[in-house]
Design a binder for this molecule. Sequence first.
Ligand SMILES: Cc1cc2nc3c(=O)[nH]c(=O)nc-3n(C[C@H](O)[C@H](O)[C@H](O)COP(=O)(O)OP(=O)(O)OC[C@H]3O[C@@H](n4cnc5c(N)ncnc54)[C@H](O)[C@@H]3O)c2cc1C
Length: 356
Amino acid sequence: MKTECLVVGASVVGGVAAKELARRGFDTVLLSDKPHVGKDGKCTSIISASGLARTGIRFHEALVHEIFGANIRCRKTCLTVRRPEPVAHVLDRFRLDQLSVEQAQDAGAELKTSARFENWDAATRTAQTAAGPIQTDYLVGADGIASNVARQCGFPALEHFVVAWEGEFEKASLNEPDVVDVFLDIPGLFGWAVPAGENTVRVGLATKTAAQLKTHKTRLQQEPVIHAMLHDAKKVREFHHTIPLHYRRQTQKDNVLLVGDAAGQVKATTGGGIVFGALCAQELAGACQAHRDGGKLDYETRWRAKYAGALDGHRRIRSLMDALPPRLMSFGIDALTAIGGQRFLENKGDMDFILQ
Ligand SMILES: Cc1cc2nc3c(=O)[nH]c(=O)nc-3n(C[C@H](O)[C@H](O)[C@H](O)COP(=O)(O)OP(=O)(O)OC[C@H]3O[C@@H](n4cnc5c(N)ncnc54)[C@H](O)[C@@H]3O)c2cc1C
């Protein structure tokens, strides 16, 4: 089989890449390794309202809840930030992935399920897949953190990760169902309680090591706020997964392009990768179009020029937070409150581009 663009990974970012390529008139095939599409819900799926709008995904059918603010906690200190309008949407991740892929199909992309990408022959530009060989002009790796495209094509490894656990609980007692709780006193990333309804909450944490995850998971559930929430609640699902915290040193080799978690285009402050992954997928399609029109294939330069600065900003904040002992972080939160930082964050803070 022959196609112009082969997108490996039919999840949220692969869907955006395939849609944007098909919309530009490319003959596009989208591969899922499974009989179905998506990340199987292994995600908290809280996304800034502004960022989600920029992804171009028609997400409304996946919307389950709206968030107006956050309680940022460290030990006994708490900074509450709240806006009059929703700052973030909480989504059904299964449905979001389906919607992203359906939009790619509407734009003309062909979806192949149970079609795992196996390896790549650069000389003949042919991918071996469970659905047979596919020859292509552009190979797009949107196959997540364990990207087989990256491995087979010899890209440098992702270097910074955290390991995560999350449980979804129903019949939870939520005092503030429109506010998330963030617990900074967890090494690696943080802990969270994200309401996904009036009585449903997603509680999780991400740490540097598996041993820390075990210890801090117990500790997080003993936090008075979480304990009160989950006292009579019922766990309906849980999962473990890994989150990349920094982009790869290289995301393009000739006509092989990595995007989303496969490229590590993730915010190091929160582990959120949907917005930047989708924005980079848009840049990817633009780069392929410019190349087809006679220009250079400059995906790597394009996405870095637009988004690496913002991702680096998240990374610098992450490094600072990693270096601060909880005692100092707690002091910092008090100091921020004292100088009116709360008002500043309410007016100027942005979940993706930090300060706007
Ligand atoms: C606990 C947790 C909470 C998170 N919470 C948030 C959040 O609230 N907000 C946010 O923005 N981000 C969040 N993230 C990050 C977010 O889930 C990822 O950034 C996002 O899923 C990246 O999308 P993707 O399409 O690049 O990769 P993925 O969603 O991982 O999709 C990769 C796809 O490729 C497929 N695949 C893999 N190998 C092959 C192969 N060889 N052949 C064919 N297909 C293949 C997989 O089946 C999958 O469908 C969270 C992550 C975790 C772990």
